[in-house]
Design a protein around this ligand. Structure first.
Ligand code: HEM
Length: 390
């Protein structure tokens, strides 16, 4: 029988105990005593193997979308009714949609657009920093929504970007209204860009899927606006929190421009406080992982956060330290669903942190509030002052 483990350990942001150690004692696998058939994997080797296992998929084997044809993925009905994003799941249509998203994201970050995004971040920060103290979560919400707005080629970013934020953080009614508005604006932009082809993510998506209906392109654009937002936002806030606590040993204050040091600091922030601490999969097996046997239909949680603190993979895993970059990418997942924004995210992160530290070193000026969700390292509010350095 798979040993059980204390699930309360999952809901603290910086666990006082190392979860990978706890799980190592039980062979890297532990059962949820409350929910039969639910299992947690938390060591580096198990999590890494699980990400690429062909019989560990996002869908339950009996879920209808597991065998949905491409015509059902995704439709305006799904934009409206179903927030579970079939493209994020495992229908047979996933590989072509993934290739289209990848083609659209690759190369759309031209030097011109980089400059526009960096300038917008700097002016937003100037406004916030003038109100010292300011909420770092506000700043971090701005960055990915603004970047995707410009990358999609929306020509009214001042109006569109706040709608995106409202869609992402609004209450259910605000969310629905904002989402419909966002879809309308995207639809207008797509029509314009079809007439006057521009090198944008939206246009690239359209070209990569020439036979897809307009609704599919809009849904994919909406998916990009939604899916990468939280990761970038939390990576920025978590880094500012680490810096404000002095837990980074001053390393983050060295960031001025993207480069090797900045990338090591980025990956170390994600290692210590990964925005997504765990993802789930279903067993289509039966399968074995190490000595453990799993049955078809079992739900398996891949505990990225625990694996990134595994002492067999990292020296002093509970300490922030600039490390060689490999093995770095577990915070972005691996295998067939690995993150498609993992080249965009570090640039946005380093650009934002560079802008913050150009103003001063962050100092916390109020209590922090972490979410209690076990799957995210997420601050709800972080009040900061920036102390200018001589
Ligand atoms: C620091 C920032 C980010 C983190 C930590 C992050 C993390 C992740 C993780 C762990 C997954 C895999 C989920 C799973 O295996 O179930 C994922 C998937 C994904 N991410 Fe990110 N992400 C970030 C930023 C972004 C950005 C900026 C974008 C795009 C604009 C993006 C787009 C995606 C997409 C499209 C997928 C789904 C891929 C698929 O299912 O094939 N992400 N991300």
């Amino acid at each position: 029988m798979t040993p059980a483990f204390d699930l309360r350990l999952l809901s603290t942001p910086l666990p006082p105990v190392n979860l990978a150690d706890c799980l190592r004692e039980t062979g890297g696998v532990a059962a949820d005593p409350q929910s039969p058939g639910t299992v947690y994997l938390g060591t580096w080797d198990h999590v890494q193997a699980a990400f690429s296992h062909p019989d560990l998929l996002r869908e339950h084997p009996d879920h209808p979308v597991a065998s949905a044809p491409i015509s059902r993925v995704p439709s305006p009905g799904l934009i409206e009714l179903d927030q579970t994003w079939p493209v994020f799941r495992d229908p047979p249509a996933h590989p072509p949609l993934r290739r289209a998203l990848m083609a659209a994201l690759t190369g759309a970050l031209s030097p011109d657009r980089q400059e526009r995004i960096a300038q917008a971040i700097q002016s937003h920060l100037r406004v916030l920093a003038a109100q010292s103290p300011f909420d770092a979560v506000e700043l971090a919400h701005f960055v990915p929504s603004l970047a995707m707005t410009l990358l999609l080629g929306l020509d009214d970013p001042q109006e569109f970007q706040p709608l995106v934020v409202q869609m992402l953080r609004g209450d259910p009614t605000g969310f629905r209204t904002a989402r419909l508005e966002v879809v309308d604006r995207l639809s207008d932009a797509l029509s314009q860009q079809r007439q006057n082809r521009a090198d944008t993510v939206l246009s690239r998506l359209d070209q990569a899927l020439p036979d897809a209906p307009k609704a599919t392109i809009l849904s994919l654009a909406l998916f990009l606006l939604t899916t990468g937002h939280g990761g970038v936002k939390d990576a920025i806030v978590n880094a500012l929190w680490l810096a404000a606590q002095g837990l980074d040993g001053g390393a983050l204050a060295q960031i001025r421009a993207p480069g090797a040091g900045a990338m090591a600091a980025f990956h170390e922030t994600l290692r210590l406080l990964p925005p997504l601490r765990m993802v789930d999969r279903y067993v289509h097996g039966p399968i074995r992982l190490g000595p453990h046997q799993f049955n078809r239909g079992d739900r398996v949680y891949l505990m990225i956060g625990a694996a990134l603190r595994d002492r067999l993979a990292f020296d002093d895993p509970d300490v922030f330290r600039l490390r060689p970059l490999a093995p770095k990418s577990l915070a972005f997942g691996l295998g067939p669903h690995a993150c498609l924004g993992q080249h965009l995210a570090p640039w946005l992160w380093a650009t934002t942190l560079g802008a913050v530290f150009a103003h001063g070193v962050p100092q916390q000026s109020g209590p922090t509030r972490w979410t209690e969700a076990p799957d995210e390292s997420r601050l709800r509010a972080l009040s900061l002052c920036l102390i200018a350095q001589p």
